[in-house]
Design a binder for this molecule. Structure first.
Ligand code: SF4
Length: 220
């Protein structure tokens, strides 16, 4: 486990989310918008939005219809717009316009699930949280690093097993590893930096080779 993360860390010492944001509130909004959407698609929509809106108060003033105009290229934009306005109203009313540094408070906000709260706690507040998305779920199960039938089960395994000093960066390294190397359809084992530490069999050791049949635990 230590070597697995040491190698990923050596390749990318300062991993960051690929979502673009200027402050913690914008990060929260971007993560809410990113559910079932790509970071690239969210960034395209939020660039103009975040020039106009930097605080929950400004979002409330923009209103649901105004927000929809900015995010209509993102899937589920109607319900996401509703949630973002509702959560912004709560931040203004109950938290003085600030994003609370508290996972339990975050998951009470409309549109904010455990994964979103974990991303915000990690990326904004440096908390040792593990936001299990489809990539981490797959990589955890495939490699044997953190096996579990549900995202929460995988999260609990990671919480228990990821060593210092990799706990804060772990979720970024696993997402990037899953996104670019240990891909859902065909893992690129031939260029994987942790190939000798991974329990997945059989591996894809040749570029262009079909993925062998194996139980992967992947949900995508
Ligand atoms: S060896 Fe293959 S299956 Fe294992 S982590 Fe690397 S890319 Fe994924």
């Amino acid at each position: 486990m230590f070597d697995f993360f040491r190698r990923l860390a050596e390749l990318n010492p300062s991993p960051e989310t690929e979502l673009e944001f200027g402050n913690t509130y914008q990060l929260l909004v971007a993560v809410v918008l990113s559910a079932q959407a790509t970071d690239v698609g969210v960034n395209k929509a939020t660039r103009a939005l975040f020039r106009e809106v930097t605080t929950p108060q400004q979002m409330v003033e923009l209103g649901e219809e105004g927000l929809k105009q900015h995010i209509k290229t993102i899937g589920l934009f109607n319900s996401k717009a509703k949630n973002v306005i509702a959560l912004s109203e709560i931040l203004v009313r109950d938290y003085g316009g600030e994003v609370p540094e508290d996972r339990d408070a975050l998951v009470e906000l409309p549109g904010v699930g455990r994964k979103t709260a974990n991303v915000v706690m990690n990326c904004a507040f440096g908390a040792e949280t593990f936001a299990v998305d489809t990539h981490i779920f797959r990589v955890g199960n495939r490699t044997g690093l953190a096996k579990g039938k549900t995202p929460l089960a995988v999260e609990k395994q990671l919480e228990k097993k990821v060593p210092e000093p990799f706990r804060v960066g772990a979720h970024h390294w696993l997402i990037l590893h899953g996104r670019y190397i240990c891909k859902a359809r065909t893992p690129e084992c031939w260029r994987c930096p942790v190939v000798d530490l991974c329990g997945y069999k059989p591996k894809v050791m040749e570029k262009g080779a079909a993925k062998p049949k194996a139980k992967t635990g992947s949900r995508s």
